[in-house]
Design a protein around this ligand. Structure first.
Ligand code: HEM
Length: 491
């Protein structure tokens, strides 16, 4: 490998080193302009493991899907938390939880995720979300029969953001008492705008640009933090266990008030940044595909019809069993995630060590280097998923209409075939809630509304400038026409 003006040289036993021509920048530009294309090309030339210099750092990519679990099991040599917490501190401006002052108590804060996003707490959170989704939808549902027009992304963001926000952070008692719903809604419109303004800057922030240089993002983050100060949260009702327990823990850690609020902005971002585009793609693909639409409506009718006939206030209930039984919606969501997820899983080598891959090939890794897995390699592999760029609503259903989990490469069954939520130490603790809330969103919107895309044949591509950061949003919004169904009780 040609090395020009770079101090690092490939040592015996190390993977091929691709540094590009430019000092510091390395191959950043090739990587950023088309990550999957660049990695596929590099894999063809150098094999399943190689090291690239990107923005001054060395990333060793492992591209063989059978070696993914080997990397994820290496928690002794490969650290996730240090990297994640450092990144979060830089972007959200909260305290350094890696420091010896906080690291012990932060371990406990971290364990709150798993305790409050699974089991009974998950059930409670899911029920609250269903109530909030119905409240937000009900408010925006005109009874007249005219068609309304709105961007599908704007529609999804508006509904999911507000319902998700209220589910985690509770309802503002003051606003409700002062002037009914209107105040809450104005506040929510501002919050969603601030959230989106902050989120738009995320690719720059992730690339290392200090937030102080992104004025709009900085203002938006601080405005969100202002709303999430403990003083204000104390005036909200029905705060989730997750947020309540985090508030108590941060109070015990004696962080300053702004620092506490910024950790809540971080939680807000984690709970929404991927969910909003995932909900968008799930509804978009359902509306574009006649087969998906028909199968989804049949499933929703099976679960919901009958339940509203004697129900005066028309509230929909979806038990855990009913949600779990919606295999078609689950397959639609998984297929939408497969097509739109472009996350990167990163670990930091805490020591020099030798990684032995599934094939038996070894690769020496240096302390401080990053090991990176790029799940899109799996998600768009034609051997695993025939016609990989096509949406097939039943891709994750077997012949009996149940969840399918056997996918193969080289005639070997894959343990990891779908990784939008990461895996191992970095696996998303909110994954069950995320799927539940998107299922609820699909069920309620398809049940209550007639929905049509204004131009169903127009192609829409994901915004790849966000590659590496999770679920890609669409590159533009698409026009949606919708109206309330005349009589949903007799569907
Ligand atoms: C972390 C995906 C929704 C809470 C992650 C990670 C991924 C992910 C890939 C790992 C990030 C990394 O490796 O650095 C998703 C997707 C979602 C979703 C695709 C929706 C479709 C949610 C929701 C919540 C949530 C709804 C909470 C209510 C978190 C938290 C972390 C995380 C707290 C950090 C975990 C840690 O530091 O150990 N998510 N997520 N996520 N997610 Fe999600």
């Amino acid at each position: 490998v040609w090395i020009c003006g770079h101090s690092r040289k490939r040592r015996k036993g190390e993977p091929p080193l691709i540094t590009g021509w430019l000092p510091f920048i390395g191959v950043t530009l090739d990587y950023v302009s088309n990550p999957l294309g660049f990695l596929r090309e590099t894999q063809k030339k150098y094999g399943n493991v190689f090291t690239c210099k990107i923005a001054g750092k060395y990333f060793t990519f492992v591209t063989d899907p059978f070696s993914f679990s080997i990397v994820m099991r290496q928690s002794k040599n490969l650290d996730f938390q240090k990297f994640a917490v450092g990144f979060s501190q830089r972007v959200f401006g909260h305290a350094d939880f890696n420091s010896s002052l906080f690291s012990e108590s932060y371990r406990e804060v971290h364990s709150i995720f798993r305790q409050t996003l699974q089991g009974l707490s998950l059930q409670q959170l899911t029920e609250t979300m269903l109530g909030n989704l119905q409240m937000v939808l009900e408010r925006g549902l005109p009874y007249e029969h005219d068609w309304l027009e709105e961007g599908l992304q704007s529609f999804t963001n508006r509904i999911m953001f507000e319902a998700g926000f209220l589910t985690l952070f509770g309802k503002d008692v003051g606003f409700l008492q002062a002037d009914g719903m209107s105040g809450t809604r104005i506040c929510m419109q501002k919050a969603v705008q601030d959230f989106l303004a902050f989120d738009r800057a995320f690719p720059l922030l992730a690339a290392g640009v200090p937030i102080g240089l992104c004025a709009e993002a900085w203002q938006a983050r601080e405005a969100l933090a202002e709303e999430l100060l403990h003083d204000k949260l104390h005036h909200r009702n029905c705060i989730s266990d997750l947020i309540q327990r985090r508030m108590d823990a941060f109070d015990c850690m004696h962080l300053d008030e702004t620092g506490k609020a910024r950790t809540h902005v971080c939680m807000l971002w984690a709970s929404q940044a991927n969910t909003l585009p995932a909900a968008f793609w799930s509804l978009y693909y359902t509306l574009r595909s006649v087969d998906a639409f028909t199968a989804a409506c049949t499933e929703i009718n099976r679960v919901l019809s009958g339940q509203l006939i004697n129900n005066q206030d028309q509230t929909i209930c979806l038990s855990r069993e009913q949600l779990d039984s919606m295999a078609v919606l689950e397959s639609i969501i998984e297929e939408a995630l497969r097509l739109s997820s472009a996350s990167i899983m990163i670990r930091v080598a805490s020591d020099d060590f030798t990684l032995t891959l599934d094939s038996g090939q070894t690769a020496d890794v240096r302390k401080g280097d990053y090991i990176a897995l790029y799940p899109q390699f799996i998600h768009l592999d034609p051997e695993i998923y025939p016609d990989p760029t096509e949406f097939k609503y039943n891709r994750f259903l077997d012949e009996k209409g149940q969840r399918k989990s056997n996918f193969f490469k080289n005639e070997r069954r894959l343990k990891h075939f779908l990784l939008p939520f990461g895996s191992g130490a970095s696996e998303c603790p909110g994954r069950f809630f995320a799927v539940n809330e998107i299922k609820q969103f699909l069920a309620l919107t398809l049940w209550h509304y007639d929905l049509q895309l204004s131009d169903p044949d127009a192609t829409l591509v994901p915004d790849s400038t966000r590659a590496g950061l999770g679920i890609l949003p669409p590159s533009r919004d698409v026009l949606l026409r919708y109206r309330r169904k005349t009589n949903t009780t007799t569907e």
